[in-house]
Design a protein around this ligand. Structure first.
Ligand code: F0G
Length: 363
């Protein structure tokens, strides 16, 4: 009910992250806002997995519930709005998939052309479908994400009319920090620990900034320790050196030389947390566990955060009664090809009648 006592119908009250968190963002009243009403994603308690992990209070932040199915929308609303404000003629990004999907959707909303550069053969099908469906011009390069990012940075440097919307664009991280605000608003306090997958290292940096700003504003009494999780075949921050040929089933975080690496290392250190690496097998195990014990379908890169927690359960990082938030960055529908072999395989019924069905199901 509103103050005047009328019923609010639907979710029309949520305006998107720029309007909702405007006092914390570099946005003046009256500036253009390109939004798909991103943010306000569920923070879901997971008591069964919390018990398995030693009696922690475990929550999942479901960023796959954003309009394009990943957390990228939080930063893209701001980056696209600023691109419009400065009169950019087009936007460009390099991407392992999700950034390209978000850029393409928000560019469509803004009426701007969108150019995306992706590593050939390594992007999950759902993400490709999104970028193309939203009308982006997609360039596949014979190289990895790191090389693609270097190329688009140089391109945007030479063609000033084209706005770069990767997370090296400062507005991206400003928008993404709103996820930390939401976690605190939803829990009523900062969690003790936040587990999060790390690729180009922008998101973990943005969360830390958000937690610090909320604490400074007196809206949280503490800040969480950060557990940043990389895939073992693409773990430059854990290994302390760039990885020339990153490899992992979690293609979203198949990154060997993260642009925000130094900021992420600083954030983890300030938080008293740690970085860890998990194998592809641990990632796929965690994604099955999420899907089959909690009903949550997350893409492999997202499941890395749960895999990291499982690896450290009982190793001193987790203690009974602790509040832990695990960030699930993207929706499982993004990557059906990786998911399909993971669950039970389809069975055939001899004919479409009850007896055949009962036979096939073993009833
Ligand atoms: N999870 C998902 C689902 C992602 O798509 C990404 C990054 C990350 C985690 C890691 O976040 O880079 O801020 O450390 N995807 C980028 C992209 C690189 O192009 O979509 P990060």
């Amino acid at each position: 009910m509103t103050e005047s006592g009328t019923m609010v119908r639907g979710n029309s009250a949520w305006p998107g992250v720029m309007e909702h968190y405007r006092p914390f963002l570099p946005v003046e009243p009256g500036e253009p806002v390109v939004t798909l009403r991103e943010g306000n994603t569920p923070l879901l308690e997971a008591p069964r997995l919390g018990a398995v992990l030693g009696g922690i209070r475990l929550y999942f932040k479901l960023e796959g519930c954003n309009p394009t199915g990943s957390f990228k929308d939080r930063g893209m609303t701001l980056a696209m709005s600023k691109a419009v404000l400065r009169g950019a003629r087009a936007v460009v990004c390099a991407s392992t998939g999700n950034t390209s999907a978000a850029a393409a959707a928000y560019a469509a909303r803004a009426g701007l052309p969108c150019y995306v550069v992706v590593p050939g053969g390594q992007v999950a099908r759902g993400k490709l479908a999104q970028a193309l469906m939203h009308g982006a011009l997609l360039v596949q390069v014979d190289g990895n994400f790191d090389q693609g990012l270097a190329a688009v940075r140089a391109l945007a440097g030479e063609h000033r009319e084209v706005e770069l919307v990767n997370s090296v664009n400062p507005y991206r991280l400003e928008g993404q920090k709103t996820a930390a605000f939401e976690v605190v608003d939803q829990l009523g306090e900062a969690p003790d620990l936040l587990a999060i997958p790390v690729g180009n290292a922008g998101n973990i940096t943005a969360y830390w900034r958000g937690f610090c700003e909320y604490q400074r504003a007196g809206l949280a009494s503490g800040r969480p320790r950060l557990l940043g999780v990389q895939a073992a075949g693409a773990a430059p921050l854990v290994e302390g050196r760039p990885v020339a040929r990153p490899e992992t089933v979690a293609t979203a975080i198949r990154i060997g030389n993260p642009a925000s690496g130094p900021l992420a290392l600083q954030a983890v250190a300030e938080s008293g947390g740690m970085l860890t690496a998990v194998s592809d097998e641990e990632i796929l195990d965690a994604s099955r566990l999420l899907a089959q014990t909690e009903g949550i379908f997350a893409e492999p890169a997202s499941a890395a955060s749960l895999a990291g927690l499982r690896r450290h359960a009982g190793a001193g990082l987790l203690a009974e009664g602790m509040t832990v938030v695990c960030v699930l960055t993207g929706h499982g529908l993004k990557d059906p090809e990786t998911a399909l072999p993971q669950g039970p395989q389809p069975i055939r019924a001899a004919s479409p009648d009850a007896a055949s069905l009962a036979g096939a199901l073993g009833l």
